[in-house]
Design a protein around this ligand. Sequence first.
Ligand code: GLV
Ligand code: MN
Ligand code: MN
Ligand code: MN
Length: 415
Amino acid sequence: EPSSAASRGPRELAAVGFANSGLDEIAGVGADPKRGGYSRHGFDRVELELREWFTEQARRRGLDVRTDRNGNLWAWWGTPGKGAIVTGSHLDSVPGGGAFDGPLGVTSALAAVDLLRDKGFQPVKPLAVLVFAEEEGGRFGVPCLGSRLLAGTIEADKARALTDLDGTTLGDAVRAAGLDPARLGRDDEALATIGTFVELHVEQGRGLIDLGAPVAVAESILAHGRWRLRFTGEGNHAGATLMGDRRDPMLPAAQTVVAVRQAAKAVPQARATVGRVLPVPGGTNVIASTVDMWLDARSPDDAGTRAVVAEIAAAAREAAAAEGCAVEITEESYGDTVVFDTALRDRLAGWLGGVPALPTGAGHDAGVLAARVPTAMLFVRNPTGISHAPAEHAERDDCAAGAVALAEVLERLAG
Ligand code: GLV
Ligand code: MN
Ligand code: MN
Ligand code: MN
């Protein structure tokens, strides 16, 4: 029986009410009046409060909540063990992010548990809801940190030394959250419990608007990464320094921003962004001594993304030299193209009555796990097509449709 929106009864929709009401419950947590939207970052006060909220919600449902070595939260229905069906997402956000990116996958997972319970379903395979730590990299700079640590795609030493804007290391942050930083890193035992992972996520583009459908399965994720460009010049006085005497790192930084646009336009389907610039010391009447700038670059394949970054690096070096400045470029994170398991994807699409498959330009923990375990994603329509901004949205009916779809998938996989 296809799980189309039309075939859903009122009882089914009521049982998945938590997909929406859960978001309502956390609507006040981490709201950011300065930026708009939400600022919820890995292991900060706000994210810890959301974790407590999740733990409480999971316990109310009789789930057994455990924290893994890397600070990811697992809520088990049944005895933890190999071959489990695992679903979930993250509770952190980008600075000034939307309400749905992350939390919708968590509230929908709990709502799916509610619906399956309501139906009297007893999972044959263990089932777990998983909340990943620091998915956006909004605090420590590396996205999908919890899943990368779990899967071993970031070195534990490198991770421990990651530092936030206040100078707190990830090691210190996890210690403050009650974890042992020495135990961070690849966790094959936890990974081996995952038979299949499914993440539900708000769509971050216009795919489902254009198709006129509430739910899709994911096809692929772009090859993407982050680079820090550090331009170094000479700090000096804005009034006393003649224009010809300056080595101002803001100049090559600005020229590089223009080069970013040009480089991305030269490669089909590439995207490149500078969303964060940090002049040091940052005074109106001060020529900066250094400017740090972060580049996010993506394209359908590794070669395209590497070509965009190489072009930008060449432009940055040329612009720096012309101003008598130096530039240092550091890759902070990278992930190659992800093509989700096509057989699994097609099975999901079929169970859901033939929903469409969509590629995405966004990164996800599911993309990190896909290299190690069978993984799939469901997308829920976003009527604004906007994400990583307060305008990100999903209608309540579509959230309910997503949770019903997730329940259908979990029932088939775990039954
Ligand atoms: C995460 O959402 C990303 O794609 O940057
Ligand atoms: Mn995001
Ligand atoms: Mn997300
Ligand atoms: Mn993401």
